[in-house]
Design a protein around this ligand. Structure first.
Ligand code: NDP
Length: 499
């Protein structure tokens, strides 16, 4: 039995790269300005990171464009590009401990989950796109004997990837895998909270064989670096995961610049519809865990349970048990069931939602309106998993994305009412349906206004299926072969053939 890693000891010497990665080199930003990256685990400063600005973006886009134009990557055979991505996946696995520790320090998730869930997903994603690289044929329609018609997919050019902090490397891999395998060059802007893990992932990409300039990383503020990318006249595609407000800002930037394609994958307010006859313990526990996992900082979090009145008490019982079992602890402990929220500012926002819910009439069944204390870390950003009963459709907590470990339980009297409540927000990312009745499962899942519907499970799926939503959740789709299409242009070649 290998001895357990002492993550706390390792944390003292973790490397935190903070320069920008442009043209295959570590470079200093042009502006003389920094921002503080604070670990939510204990409120301590991890490092000061140099801010990028619009000039840094120009430099990174120029590097990406040069790499694209001279075809050092876009002109490589797809199989060769695939081999680089597969090697990258191997390197991610080899460095999984260091990457997991970096993520955990940056944004507070349990290091065990960063390693076993997030890094596994990253390696899996890169490997999957590496494997599919040369397995997507172009088309040659039957146009007649005197013609050779070809429909090909060409890489779009320069892609800007702007990503959040909640699954910092999974979201990044979901953007980089399909855009790079298609032959594009990329400029990545990580979230301010998670620059180090992104820089390390890109460094491993170079080691795996990505040619210089194909992947560039510019840390900095969203309204500076993100906006400069969104408005850049030489960026062809933006792929974004984050809040609806910023997703819409990117659509605006595009309209006011070069009309670049924007793929927004935005928030959610996913409903878990539990019908009589379901496996109630499984449904309640999975829905609650799906609301608390990653400290509730998931766009697909099942933040609303919509349950038939006949089984509501039983569902609440198991949801409350689940909440107690997922109390936060130091994320560097092996057995921490949950970790810290990303920041003190975010903690205040989440607790504000809980207080508003109570003011509006919800019943606080588990959790608290105040911070959760974790031994030894009085300045850490911890919130206990919270269960709110008596939530009514239309309450603030029922409508808005909290992005914290807060579950709202809404009681209904019929399947029809459940569908109406589940669909009654601006969002449409995911939903789940819990029932043993095949007809009810089919009826309800067909009527869910959501990009993803799980039946008798939650958050399942692999790289073969798309992830993304409808309505206010945006229309970007990550994962699967469909994601590659977002970063390509269709080209028609029509050739006359001499008889
Ligand atoms: P944001 O949408 O603000 O941030 C996501 C990314 O966009 C970050 O890289 C951010 O940079 C950048 N960004 C921020 N403002 C701009 C701008 N004006 N122009 C261009 N880029 C910008 O999400 P937050 O991280 O602040 O979280 C706020 C809320 O968004 C959450 O509470 C949640 O509701 C939702 N969210 C949803 C996610 C999802 O998975 N769908 C993921 C993360 C958040 P910077 O880091 O510098 O702000």
């Amino acid at each position: 039995m290998p001895s357990e890693i002492d993550w706390i000891e390792k944390a003292a010497s973790v490397r935190l790269p903070a320069r920008h990665l442009v043209g295959g080199d570590w470079v200093d930003p042009l502006a003389d300005d920094t921002f503080d990256v604070i670990s939510p685990r204990d409120g301590a400063l991890l490092k000061r990171v140099p801010h990028g600005d619009a000039h840094d973006v120009d430099r990174a886009v120029a590097s990406a464009r040069a790499a694209f134009n001279d075809r050092r990557w876009s002109g490589m055979r797809p199989a060769a590009r695939g081999a680089v991505l597969r090697r990258w996946a191997e390197l991610v696995q080899e460095h999984a401990e260091d990457l997991a520790l970096t993520i955990s320090l940056e944004m507070g998730k349990p290091v065990r989950e960063a390693k076993n869930v997030e890094l596994r997903a990253v390696a899996n994603c890169l490997r999957w796109y590496g494997e599919i690289a040369d397995k997507r044929p172009d088309e040659s329609p039957a146009a007649g004997d005197d013609v050779l018609a070809l429909i090909t997919r060409e890489p779009a050019g320069v892609v800007a990837a702007v990503v959040p902090w909640n699954f910092p490397l999974t979201m990044t891999a979901w953007k980089l895998g399909p855009s790079l395998v298609a032959g594009n060059s990329v400029v990545l802007k990580p979230a301010e909270q998670t620059p180090f893990s992104a820089l390390k992932l890109a460094e491993l990409g170079l080691e795996a064989g990505l040619p210089a300039g194909v992947l560039n990383v510019v840390p900095g503020r969203g309204d500076v670096v993100g906006q400069a990318l969104g408005r850049h006249m030489d960026v062809d595609v933006v792929t974004f995961t984050g809040s609806p407000a910023v997703g819409r800002a990117f659509l605006r930037y595009s309209g006011e610049s070069n009309g670049k394609r924007v793929w927004p994958e935005l928030g959610g307010k996913s409903a878990s519809v539990i019908l009589p006859g379901a496996d109630i313990e499984k449904a309640a526990r999975a829905s609650a865990a799906g609301s608390f996992y990653n400290q509730g900082q998931m766009c697909s979090a099942s933040s609303r349970v919509v349950v038939h009145r006949d089984i509501a008490d039983e569902v609440l019982h198991f949801a409350r048990l689940q909440a107690r079992e997922m109390a936060p602890a130091d994320p560097l402990l092996h057995d921490a069931p949950s970790g810290a929220l990303v920041s003190e500012q975010h903690l205040q926002r989440v607790l504000g939602y809980v207080r508003t819910a109570v003011e509006e009439g919800a019943e606080l069944l588990e959790g608290s309106t105040g911070r959760h204390s974790v031994d030894g870390h009085p300045n850490g950003s911890y919130v206990a998993p919270t269960v709110l009963g008596g939530v009514k459709p239309g309450m603030t907590i029922e409508q808005e994305e909290v992005f914290g470990p807060v579950l709202s339980v809404i009681t209904v009297d019929s399947e029809e009412e459940a569908i109406r409540v589940a669909n009654g927000t601006q969002y449409g990312l995911a939903a789940s349906v819990w029932t043993r009745d095949l007809s009810a499962a089919t009826r309800v899942s067909r009527r869910m206004q959501a990009g993803i519907v799980w039946v008798n499970c939650f958050e399942e799926g692999d790289m073969t299926v798309p992830f993304g939503g409808v309505k206010g959740s945006g229309f970007g789709r990550d994962k699967s072969a469909h994601a590659i299409d977002k970063f390509t242009d269709l080209k028609t070649i029509w050739m006359e053939v001499e008889p």
